[in-house]
Design a protein around this ligand. Structure first.
Ligand SMILES: [Zn+2]
Length: 311
């Protein structure tokens, strides 16, 4: 009896010591699948599918512009012991390949969630502009628009891909992941259906936003985005470009300018003042954005876009 208690005390002491070193095994995550994701939308999808059987951590810290992120040594160290790594792909995480090879984790299951989504190419004009600015950046980003997760249709493919990876990593719980994925996909589809009819009835299709993140959302609903910053949230508009935006807004009767917390909100405000429009929040899901879920933020985006166009 005494021996047993001593052993328990020692174990408790050891746990406390380990905890003080920041490597506590006793953090409530024992037995859970360790999943690392690149940024917030991937966190939302992986958590929806994995729920309490996974421990998901996000590489891009809250408050950091996701397009500017570079992994640090601790991110690589985390990847080296993780079971699953989820990234969206198409140039959203130009660092992903190097990070995976640096982690040298032969058991790591890697999922590029956008795989299978019908891609949207970045326009010639846009690419030329980017290349004349910073050629290497343009090449690192690739030729496609990476913002697939902002489409409720493409998001369903991403969830499916993530589910397949979790099933591969933890086949015993396959039925659990399958059911969660199916439930979540049904919610994504229901939200799509709700807005497909509404958007279809609009005569005005143009909206103006902070950075050009909404091409896939636009494709779903037949809308057109014009933006203050480019696809990779780089560069504020020149005086000439701002002038063109002002003209565009006036010509199209734009009454709302959407702004994101991390992509040139000041420029959006300047533009709005210039044309007498109001500024409304729009979410890109690249960051946690006030602790709202993906579905809450997507519903807010669609409601605000719809209301701004319905006038
Ligand atoms: Zn973006």
């Amino acid at each position: 009896m005494f021996k047993k208690i001593t052993a328990m005390c020692l174990a408790a002491l050891l746990t406390a010591l380990l905890a003080s070193c920041g490597t506590a095994p006793n953090d409530g995550n024992e037995g859970k699948l360790t999943v690392i994701v690149s940024f917030n939308a991937m966190y939302e999808f992986a958590s929806a599918v994995g729920q309490d059987k996974v421990s998901v951590s996000t590489m891009v810290p809250d408050g950091m512009e996701a397009h500017d992120f570079e992994p640090k040594a601790q991110d690589i160290a985390a990847l080296s012991t993780a079971a699953v790594f989820v990234y969206s792909g198409l140039g959203m995480e130009p660092w992903a390949e190097d990070a995976i090879s640096s982690a040298a984790n032969k058991n790591l299951i890697v999922v590029e969630a956008s795989e299978g989504v019908e891609v949207i190419a970045i326009s010639e004009e846009h690419r030329d502009e980017a290349e004349s600015d910073t050629e290497t950046e343009a090449h690192a980003h690739g030729d496609y628009d990476p913002h697939t997760w902002l489409s409720l249709k493409a998001a369903q493919i991403e969830v499916e891909n993530i589910k397949n990876a979790l099933v591969k990593a933890d086949p015993e719980d396959a039925a659990f992941y399958e059911k969660n994925a199916a439930d979540y996909i049904a919610k994504l589809e229901a939200l799509y259906e709700t807005y497909a009819g509404k958007m279809n009835g609009l005569s005005e299709k143009n909206f103006v936003t902070g950075h050009a993140a909404f091409a896939y959302l636009c494709r779903d609903f037949g809308l057109v985005q014009t933006s203050v910053a480019d696809v990779f949230a780089e560069g504020e508009p020149s005086a000439r470009q701002l002038g063109e935006l002002v003209e565009f807004c006036k010509a199209n009767g734009i009454a709302t300018i959407f702004a994101e917390a991390l992509a040139s909100p000041e420029v959006s405000k300047t533009l709005a003042d210039e044309v007498g429009a109001q500024v409304k929040a729009i979410y890109t899901m690249e960051n946690a954005e006030g602790g709202l879920t993906y579905l809450e933020r997507m519903e807010s985006n669609l409601k605000e876009i719809y209301e701004s166009l319905a006038g």
